[in-house]
Design a protein around this ligand. Sequence first.
Ligand code: FMN
Ligand code: SF4
Ligand code: SF4
Length: 311
Amino acid sequence: MHLQKLVRIVVQFDFLQIENANFFAHILGINKYCTRQIKEVTLLLNEGAMKGVICYYSATGNTKLACLYIVNHAKGVIFDLFNIAKDDGLNLGLYDVVGFAAPTDFMGPPFIVKMFIDGIAVQNDKPAFVISTYGFYSGKTLIIFKDWISKKGFKVIAGHSLHTPENYPPMIVKGMKSEHAPGLKALNKFNDFILELNSLFNSGHIDELAEAKLSIGIMNSLSPVYPRTKARVDMGNKYVDDSLCSECGTCKTVCPYGAIRLDPKPVFNMDKCYGCWSCFNHCPNKAIYTEKIRNKGHYPKPIEKLREKLK
Ligand SMILES: Cc1cc2nc3c(=O)[nH]c(=O)nc-3n(C[C@H](O)[C@H](O)[C@H](O)COP(=O)(O)O)c2cc1C
Ligand code: SF4
Ligand code: SF4
């Protein structure tokens, strides 16, 4: 089918969202080249939309999937994604709204996120929203996250915690995998949150919106806040099975705290280690183990059930 004809249909049906254009292209069986062209056209059609960025950390992909889901369902804002652990050169001046997203890590946002936020220049009430994912019990994560961002001069207009599968190996080996998360209720709440975001984005006065009061429920608000060292102590010493290690360097690449050097097998610096289990989860040969856990409990990427739900 001719590209121009397709573009006309896209316009006619007001298919301003990229995923709709992709879907449309898919059912018509057009090739990837055309899909790319349509993406460009839909981006042009969306020119009047606000620009947003979601700054995320995602050790094993759950949080990134949640961010992509928001990006694909947002109306009135075109989002970029900024990976806190990898990307640099963020220019917040380009954006009308900023999202922050991270997994729960010992009842709080991960330390790498704190380091990132500490390095951001103080803002003047820039609208922001906050997302956390959690595998079992998020505690005060969302409130702590909001607090960090607010102290940097962002105005937090919305926030949400999403229940997702567990990526913490000690819980996985106990059989507490939260494989079915988010359940229908949690997924509906997440969709409601995105609708709420869309109505805020399209209110016409995003700069004048009031700060949100985030509700986390009584049980979460009673939960303790753990010191940074708790995660490291809990994980304990890490070891490498030399017979399995292929010296591929993945563990060093995924360590967000620069706690691994290769010699040529990995050597761990316990002063820098934050006990995040990222090296353990991502080692392609399951060569890394601890005193408590060996050769089981890995979560290298989002499970299929989650990917299906957050398409
Ligand atoms: C070191 C570590 C600590 C965690 N702590 C918590 C926690 O306190 N509460 C909770 O509900 N989930 C906890 N989790 C689970 C993750 O928050 C959850 O699986 C999340 O969706 C992972 O997101 P990601 O794939 O984007 O990294 C923890 C996971 C890890 C690896
Ligand atoms: S990721 Fe695993 S196999 Fe690769 S260097 Fe690290 S321990 Fe060795
Ligand atoms: S050494 Fe492993 S557990 Fe420690 S911070 Fe790095 S990736 Fe996380």
